[in-house]
Design a protein around this ligand. Structure first.
Ligand code: 9UX
Length: 72
């Protein structure tokens, strides 16, 4: 069953930044939807936790050069 999470991301300053992160998430196997909003500095991701883990999503974001921040 799909899981939805929101991840706060630091360091994005333009729409090209947010597009980079969004594109990187969308090509990951197990990611069904990904939307990254520059204004709120948040990613909303729908994914299949049996295919890709939350920690892997964090790693993908980090690999684009931005900083995922854990929300409490
Ligand atoms: Mo342009 Mo957004 O270098 O970093 S893609 S500001």
């Amino acid at each position: 069953s799909p899981q939805v999470c929101r991840i706060r991301i630091n360091g994005m300053t333009c729409t090209s930044c947010s597009s980079t992160v969004e594109s990187a998430l969308k090509v990951i196997l197990g990611v069904q939807k990904a939307q990254v909003a520059l204004a709120t500095e948040e990613a909303e991701i729908q994914y299949d936790p049996y295919v890709v883990s939350y920690n892997q999503l964090l790693q993908v974001i980090e690999d684009t050069g931005f900083e995922p921040i854990l929300l409490s």
